[in-house]
Design a protein around this ligand. Structure first.
Ligand code: ADP
Ligand code: MG
Length: 588
């Protein structure tokens, strides 16, 4: 008969290591968090092979006495829950698991000296076997060296990825920690190459600049909000400053970097009006939650949390992000202008322009004017009244005065110190969308009855789909009747829409509904539906506009919230500073 026995302590630690230390980055995380818990003001991390053969963490924290050093590698030995209260934790660690786990799967060496003592002690542990303490000379603080991680558990070793990938994981987590602790100096080296070195900062803004770059700080807004004891602060990027992955979103709960689906999803909701679904804003968000409102002990790695009242946190995050967005609503991120200048610089040829470049030559033919609404075409030259702008003109509106339309797509406007280029379709789409949202909120989207009802062919299953939403379409100003088994007759469309392709609009709305699945009401998805409708609005690329019409569009943009980007997060305008243009021509 097989006997039940207690597991050997080294085996217990190796099993724990499987959970706590899944890769080099996890060991780095545990060691650096210990340094922060020990009050270190400077932490230097050195790796080899992405941490696989060497991880060394040197700190100037409180250090450990000889007695503490002996205990620190014992399982469940910790100095960090003074009252045994799991819901009042102010440190990263509290489980007393990291050092024994690392010690069970690597060759670990700890040198530590508290500032009350003259010399340091060294303790080595290899595959779980401890040495005696030996006296060594060292500065105050702790130096922990981990060699050959997972040498004692070869199966885990096989799961490690390339050096670049493992180093990437280490750097990523360290950046997050650095963001939460601006006053602490951090450096990371891999094989003597400095990956980063963040000197101590007096403000979060400076640390954000070090870690996420100047562009982030210039294109993001700080915000702060509190509700029922929960505080949310941070920086949120303008919608036009976005990226293709959610990895540039940094969330912290009580200064602990965390990954949390609820927070990520809340950010999505706040930005859904301004960004295409495959684009993400850059975010650095810090939550301060009372200890008894949040459980950090969900997973041994402690990168997940559970909120007691998730709704408060979610609601507060959405509303504060929306507010931050409102404050920056007409602004377009500044990196676009510098990107535009960079592109111009690359493609422009400076000096000695050959005559071949600027003479049209015999094969030159003016581009054919494409116009969706030929009836609205007016000869521009006659109507063109150039507005003179003086250098010291102070009443110039935010987007300046329209000077010209080019490629029947862009409006060029002038301000005393800059040039503004507006994408007329993106801008008008946004204006229509904001107006429709407003009308919808006030329950008064006006419909306009069509003089000639339009027949739109659809499939039989689409008819069924449309039928279930007939009354909801009415609230959107769209009225139609079912016509046989494969067509509908549209009698009314929203009054804001003119010259649109009704068949295309209906087809797009059907596609929207299909994508959303059956379990919804149009009301739930109203912003998506309105944005589809707005996209069909009349000012298209390719439509000629008079100067008056262009100026009217600019003035409307200035008065409309969120007019800095279209519904898909693309900018509606770019502003090029006069001095940048001068630089292009070597005048500065
Ligand atoms: P925990 O952090 O959960 O307490 P660890 O195994 O990570 O568990 O560490 C055990 C103990 O060792 C800590 O509670 C702390 O007292 C001590 N310790 C670990 N690293 C350091 C360090 N860098 N400086 C000072 N003390 C440390
Ligand atoms: Mg710890």
């Amino acid at each position: 008969m097989t006997l039940i026995r207690f597991l050997d302590p080294t085996l217990i630690n190796q099993i724990a290591a499987g959970e706590v230390i899944e890769r080099p980055a996890a060991a780095v995380k545990e060691l650096v968090e210990n340094s922060i818990d020990a009050g270190a003001k400077r932490i230097d991390i050195m790796l080899r092979d992405g941490g696989r053969t060497l991880i060394q963490v040197v700190d100037n924290g409180s250090g450990m006495s000889a007695d503490n050093l002996k205990l620190c590698i014992e399982r469940h030995a910790t100095s960090k829950i003074p009252d045994g209260d799991l819901f009042n934790i102010h440190s990263f660690g509290f489980r007393g698991e990291a050092l024994p786990s690392i010690g069970a799967v690597s060759r670990l060496s700890i040198v530590s000296r508290p500032d009350t003592e003259e010399m340091a002690w060294q303790l080595d542990i290899e595959g779980g076997v401890k040495s005696d303490l030996t006296p060594v000379s060292s500065h105050t603080g702790t130096r922990i060296t981990v060699r050959d991680l997972f040498y004692a558990t070869p199966a885990r070793l096989k799961f490690l990825k390339s050096t670049t990938t493992e180093l990437g994981h280490c750097a990523d987590y360290l950046k997050r920690l650095a963001l939460a602790h601006p006053s602490v100096e951090f450096s990371l080296k891999d094989a003597d190459r400095t990956v980063f070195h963040y000197v101590s900062c007096s403000t979060l803004e400076k640390r954000l600049e070090q870690v996420l770059g100047k562009n982030f700080v210039q294109n993001a807004h700080p915000f702060l909000a509190t509700r029922e004891g929960v505080e949310i602060s941070g920086w949120a990027s303008l919608p036009t400053y976005n990226c293709s992955q959610s990895s540039e979103q940094y969330f912290f709960v009580n200064d602990r970097p965390i990954k949390d689906r609820v927070l990520g999803a809340a950010a999505r909701v706040a930005y859904q009006d301004f960004l295409a679904s495959n684009r993400y804003p850059y975010l650095a968000i810090f939550l301060k939650v009372p200890g008894d409102e949040v459980d950090v002990n969900v997973h041994p790695a402690k990168t997940e949390v559970r909120f007691r009242d998730q709704q408060i946190v979610r609601g507060l995050l959405i509303s504060s992000l929306k507010q931050a967005l409102e404050q920056s609503s007409q602004q377009v991120s500044s990196h676009l202008a510098s990107e535009a200048i960079a592109i111009l610089r690359e493609s422009a040829s400076f000096g000695g322009i050959s005559s071949r470049t600027y003479s049209p030559g015999p094969s030159y033919a003016p581009p054919v004017q494409r116009s969706f609404a030929t009836s609205s075409y007016r000869p521009e030259v006659a109507a063109y009244q150039p507005l003179q702008i003086e250098e010291n003109d102070i009443d110039v509106p935010m987007l300046g005065y329209a000077k010209a339309q080019i490629h029947t797509t862009y409006i060029i406007a002038e301000k005393p110190d800059s040039l503004v280029i507006v994408d007329q379709h993106a801008a008008h789409e946004r204006l229509t969308y904001e107006r429709m949202k407003q009308q919808y909120d006030q329950n008064e989207i006006k419909g306009q009855v069509l003089l000639l009802p339009e027949i739109v062919n659809v499939t039989e299953s689409d008819i069924h789909l449309l039928q279930t939403h007939i009354s909801e379409f009415e609230t959107l100003g769209i009225e139609f009747e079912i016509f046989g088994t494969s067509a509908i007759v549209v009698r009314q469309i929203p009054a804001l829409l003119r010259n649109i392709d009704i068949g295309q609009l209906i087809t797009d709305l059907i596609a929207d509904i299909k994508e959303m699945g059956t379990n919804f009401t149009l009301k739930d998805k109203i912003n998506e539906i309105l944005s589809t409708i707005a996209c069909h609005n009349s000012v298209r690329a390719g439509q000629v506009l008079s100067t008056q019409e262009m100026n009217a569009l600019l003035r409307q943009m200035e008065e409309t919230l969120h007019s800095g980007q279209c519904n898909h997060g693309r900018p509606t305008y770019i502003e090029l500073k006069k001095e940048d243009i001068e630089k292009l021509f070597g005048r500065r």
